[in-house]
Design a protein around this ligand. Structure first.
Ligand code: NAD
Ligand code: UFG
Length: 345
């Protein structure tokens, strides 16, 4: 429990994971200041957060690559810690436009860390990804599994992980958490905030949700010939609210330790196949979700799920929400959006 309100600068706080984490931070007693350039989000999310928590987060529209703006933010606000979500995340797009991924994700993180260093703010929680494990050599994936990347997006996460490690080793006082997310899905139970991909969703769950509303005709299942129980890809899906709670726990850990470099998985430890996910969504929504088996998507791995013991041991955190809750909350959100095209904008 905190006695005096501390302020967390949340980069990318208007996005999917950042908005849910902002709610969790406010509910835990922190003040939040969001910095977001709205390239993949809508300013309306701020009102939704205020409705949920009773308190509007601070908001600055701007880019993490803007050095002058960052200096101004740190000079004008007493920032105690940074949660860094801002970045681009579409794997396919990262192969088509690698330089914008290196610019946003690597250069953006570099600018942010330099500004933090200038302002002597040395606590950062970073959004990493299970993508840094590459093709799993063993399951479940522990944090010591070798790292590799198969696409520019994954490379940017690896580079920023390394950058944080070098910085932490070079200067006393840094408290760094690198959180490796598995597959976040779901939405806030209010139906007021959720995932709002623009155009055709890249990820499975938003696509399934749009088929359930009738906005798209069928799910394309990318491969049914993997070495998995039903042949389709298996992933560790985690409710975004559990993920948000994991961030609050990681920040609390950083606050009570000194000079820490924390690297943990945020997952449930359980894998579900594509066909299981479609069936779970049909159950939660009461709608049919037609699907068609098509070729594998290049670059996909067969299966992955997290070893969750380290997160539990160090943070006392475990995911608790069920797959049904994830699908029910995603469905409520999808319906509240009314199937509007590009609701993210
Ligand atoms: P999102 O696109 O919904 O949110 C990212 C936010 O950052 C958006 O609001 C966007 O407008 C903002 N942003 C992007 N570039 C910016 C910049 N240069 N300056 C300021 N704001 C900028 O994505 P998300 O799903 O909430 O992901 C958040 C973070 O978590 C990302 O770093 C992503 O790589 C990482 N991550 C996501 C997943 C996932 O499946 N969603 C999995 C692993 C890791
Ligand atoms: N899938 C389909 N049809 C679709 C979309 C996906 O069959 O339309 C399958 C994929 O082949 C995979 C599973 O559903 O087997 C999950 O795919 P997602 O695209 O939802 O998620 P990924 O596991 O491929 O990747 C996600 C994020 C990455 C992140 C990774 C970390 O998109 O950014 O999780 O675990 F790095």
């Amino acid at each position: 429990m905190i006695t005096e309100k501390e302020t967390v600068l949340v980069t990318g706080g208007a996005g999917f994971i950042g908005s849910h984490t902002t709610v969790a931070l406010q509910e835990a007693g922190y003040r939040v200041l969001i910095l977001d350039n709205l390239c993949n989000s809508d300013v309306a999310v701020l009102d939704a957060i205020a409705e949920i928590t009773g308190e509007a987060p601070g908001f600055i529209e701007g880019d993490i690559r803007d050095r002058a703006l960052l200096d101004e933010v740190f000079a004008n606000h007493r920032i105690d810690a940074v949660m860094h979500f801002a970045g681009l995340k579409a794997v396919g797009e990262s192969s088509a436009e690698p330089l914008s991924y290196y610019d946003n994700n690597v250069n953006g993180s570099l600018q942010l860390l330099q500004a933090m260093q200038r302002a002597s703010v040395r606590t950062i929680v970073f959004s990493s990804s299970a993508t840094v494990y590459g093709e799993p050599q063993s399951l479940p994936l522990t944090e010591s599994h070798p790292r590799s990347a198969t696409n520019p997006y994954g490379h940017t996460k690896l580079v920023v992980e390394e950058m944080l490690e070098s910085l932490h080793a070079s200067e006393a006082g840094w408290r760094v958490a690198r959180l490796r997310y598995f597959n976040p899905i779901g939405a806030h139970g209010s139906g007021r905030i959720g995932e709002a991909p623009q155009g055709t969703p890249n990820n499975l769950l938003p696509y399934v949700a749009q088929v359930a509303t009738g906005r798209r005709t069928e799910v394309q299942v990318f491969g049914a010939d993997y070495d998995t129980p039903d042949g389709t890809g298996v992933r560790d899906y985690i409710h975004v609210l559990d993920l948000a709670d994991g961030h609050v726990a990681a920040l609390a850990y950083c606050r009570r330790t000194h000079n820490e470099l924390l690297t943990v998985n945020l997952g449930t430890g359980k894998g579900h196949s594509v066909l299981e996910m479609i069936a779970a969504f049909e159950q939660a929504s009461g709608k049919q979700v037609p699907y068609k088996i098509v070729a594998r998507r290049p670059g996909d791995i067969a299966q992955c799920w997290a070893d969750t013991e380290k997160a539990y041991r160090l943070l006392g955190w475990r995911a608790s929400r069920t797959l049904s809750e994830m699908c029910e909350d995603a469905w409520r959100w999808e319906q509240s959006r009314g199937g509007v095209e590009a609701a993210g904008k």
